[in-house]
Design a protein around this ligand. Sequence first.
Ligand code: FES
Length: 235
Amino acid sequence: MVSVTVDGQEVEVEEGATVLDAAEKLDIDIPTLCYLEDLNEPGSCRVCLVEIEGEENYQPSCVYNVTDGLEVRTNTPGVIEARKKMIELLLSDHPFDCLTCAANQNCELQSIAKQHGIRDIDFDGERNEFPVDDLSPALVREPSKCIRCRRCISVCSEIQEVHIYDINERGFDSVAAPAFNESLMDTPCITCGQCIMVCPTGALHGQDDKQKVWDALADDTKHVVIQTAPAIRVT
Ligand code: FES
């Protein structure tokens, strides 16, 4: 076991544990997007940044292994600002159609943006515009909403062992998609829906999910109440 201090509280965790594990043990909440415990830990979204004593840059807590005596701060103004920038960068390449998106009110990116009080973004520039694939009888892919978290890849490959998705292209054009950007219809997809369950945005959803959102918008009695995430305490 090793001893770690997170926000002034000491905790013992197993060697090889991450900072996120240590924080969880103390009930300290660190936001995550790409992370799925024991399944998907690519350290790609960077919204789980924390400050580590002795490190020059903020570090992603989900992939940073603890060492004995490590000191971590999770909620300084600098950490919160760094996380906000990461979220803004994700939003800067994301369509702003939340109101009519199939994942409206059920979107981790939307929720995390609200939690951090993000109403506007500073980054203007190019956005990817990939075509929607709605040919499958059950699933719809909206790749322009993909944040490359790789959750769909992990669940499809490691849990379902179907291996439909991978990251296509490189850099700004990269996106989680079937090989050669084929339609899901032309793949061995078994329409299990596991990829929908883990997708943190509206990039993957069911055929009738968008209609449900539109029905709710059209019907005041069913109108979804805007979730207000707990305020972030900055020390
Ligand atoms: Fe840690 Fe995405 S949750 S990098």
